[in-house]
Design a protein around this ligand. Structure first.
Ligand SMILES: [Zn+2]
Length: 239
């Protein structure tokens, strides 16, 4: 095979390999991101629950203050009861007492309701915290796995970079420029094999005459349809 063509094939393979590393790393990071997202959701739930508990507590405090006020009102009513004279005054006082007692029972009911609600919310909070701990432990474990996978990818990437720069050390400049021009639009498919007599970049059929040239592998040949550099892959490589 033409040495330049051989070099081009190698270079193109290195470049495709290099391009494949970033998505692999992103993929690893993506795994972690999903877990982190779930943990963030749980944290938000915890904060919301704390806010709800605070609100319940503040409502309970208000009811307690109200209750104390009502009780002192009842005391006043009973003091007044000792000094009222007329039946009209007695009746008015009785009515006032009835209303205060009703309000006291309502405040007590409300406090009971708030206490029940508070217990439910505390329980929810506990569950969320347990879930968060579980999620965070999962993240820690996954982080280790992701870190080591990324490290492996980086190691492999360094090897490819090294091989690539060794290849470029005595690479023909004209051939390199030619390759880079095609690479500008063809990206990682600047150099493609011919399979079943078709260009593997544009998938168009190659004429018998061009195909015969390709099989000889004596020169660098461009696909007549798309302009990519095409070559006949060795049977062993294909297998
Ligand atoms: Zn083509």
């Amino acid at each position: 095979m033409n040495k330049y063509l051989e070099d081009l094939i190698k270079l193109s393979k290195f470049d495709s390999k290099i391009s494949s590393f970033e998505p692999q790393i992103d993929n690893e990071k993506e795994k972690l991101a999903t877990f982190v997202e779930i943990a963030e959701e749980i944290k938000k739930g915890i904060n919301d629950t704390y806010a709800q508990i605070d609100e319940i507590k503040s409502k309970r405090t208000k009811n307690n203050i109200h209750l104390a006020e009502l009780k002192s009102k009842l005391d006043d009513i009973s003091k007044k009861g000792a000094i009222v004279q007329t039946e009209k005054e007695v009746k008015a006082l009785q009515l006032e007492e009835e209303i205060a007692k009703e309000q006291i029972s309502f405040a007590n009911e409300e406090i009971e309701r708030l206490d029940k609600l508070s217990t439910v919310k505390e329980e929810e909070l506990k569950e969320l915290q347990e879930k968060l701990t579980e999620e965070e432990n999962g993240i820690k474990e996954l982080q280790v796995a992701v870190d080591s996978a990324i490290e492996e990818i980086n190691k492999e990437r360094n090897v490819v970079y090294q091989d690539r720069s060794e290849l470029l050390a005595d690479f023909d400049n004209k051939v390199l420029t030619f390759y880079e021009k095609i690479k500008r639009w063809a990206k990682d498919t600047a150099v493609v094999p011919v399979k079943k007599q078709a260009c593997y970049g544009c998938f168009m059929k190659i004429s018998d005459q061009t195909y015969a040239e390709i099989i000889k592998s004596e020169e660098i040949i461009n696909c007549p349809h798309c302009g990519r550099i095409i070559y006949k892959e060795e049977e062993t490589v294909e297998a």
